[in-house]
Design a binder for this molecule. Structure first.
Ligand SMILES: [Zn+2]
Length: 311
């Protein structure tokens, strides 16, 4: 039961089914307001699920959703969960560019703070879209007042990923902490172990094995994520989409809630800030010392090195 001693991070990306990046070619954002909105009832179900297991989680919430459902944001905070930012309108970092990204993340943080009355210090990029081509995003997040990000997926994937980046929480030169979502290291490759489509596609036992391995072999907390629409088997089907997108979005969607119940029971779970910020604070003096020592900052600059190799 060693794994039981480690608290893992449970995270929910609060967006509606029509806002996922894979649907962007099919649903224009000016159509969003015309779609049937399901996020409120789905988040209510997620809140009930977490309450039944006495779990507090982190909700990376879109500004677009918060603006339209302020009471939902307050429900999340009142239930003891951490409110964090998923940006305003679910545009990938590379799609926004530097200036628009800086405005997006600052605006989303202020909006969420105004609605909730609580500090918002965490951010997750839509579609894990921080990678070797846009590491400037970390500076923009620090400048906008964020203290941590969970925006890198250290795997190879056709839509996202930075396979050479560190697999566990690390402090960037500007002080921001990046907490990558979890992977398992197998046969010299990082394999996804943290939710999303993989959680629906593969048997539950694979996720249980992977998180157990991160906890017992590497003695690290895992970071798991899912979306409210993933427990909504009755969501309106989006028509005219390609077969791969259809498969990825709908595969095993009726099984997710049952799997989540098992996952919540099989491991200990908590909020991102409570799991990673004490560690951040403990790291801070050492990080400051390394920054002060000439030439000693290299271990903290792995993403920058990855960028140099990639370019
Ligand atoms: Zn998202």
């Amino acid at each position: 039961m060693n794994a039981g001693a480690i608290t893992n991070a449970m995270t929910i990306d609060v967006e509606d089914y029509f806002q996922v990046s894979a649907f962007a070619p099919y649903i224009r954002r000016d159509e969003w307001d015309t779609r049937e909105c399901r996020v409120e009832r789905n988040v209510e179900r997620v809140l009930a699920l977490l309450e039944a297991h006495r779990v507090h989680a982190t909700f990376f919430t879109l500004g677009w959703i918060a603006e339209r459902h302020p009471q939902l944001v307050r429900r999340i905070v009142d239930a003891g969960h951490e409110l964090a930012s998923h940006g305003y309108g679910h545009q990938r970092v590379s799609e926004l560019g530097r200036e628009a990204f800086a405005a997006d993340v600052l605006g989303a943080r202020r909006l969420l703070e105004d609605i909730s009355g609580t500090a918002v210090i965490g951010y997750r990029a839509p579609s894990f879209s921080i990678g070797s081509g846009n590491l400037w995003a970390f500076d923009a997040l620090a400048a906008a007042g964020y203290r941590y990000s969970s925006s890198v997926y250290p795997i190879r994937h056709d839509h996202y990923g930075m396979p050479d980046s560190p697999r566990f929480a690390y402090t960037l030169p500007g002080g921001l902490v990046e907490v990558p979502v979890s992977t398992v290291r197998l046969l010299d490759r990082n394999l996804p172990a943290s939710g999303g489509g993989w959680f629906r596609l593969l048997p539950y036992a694979v996720t249980r094995w992977a998180i157990g391995r991160v906890n017992t072999r590497e003695r690290q907390p895992a970071v798991f994520y899912f979306h409210p629409w993933e427990i909504d088997a009755d969501q309106p089907r989006v028509r005219g989409i390609d077969a791969k997108t259809r498969f990825r979005h709908y595969v095993n969607i009726g099984r997710v809630e049952g799997r989540l119940r098992r996952l919540l029971a099989d491991f200990r779970w908590g909020r991102m800030d409570r799991i990673f910020l004490p560690q951040v604070q403990a790291q801070a003096p050492a990080a400051a010392a390394r920054a002060a020592a000439p030439g000693a900052a290299a271990p903290r600059r792995e993403p920058a090195q990855a960028q140099a190799q990639a370019s």
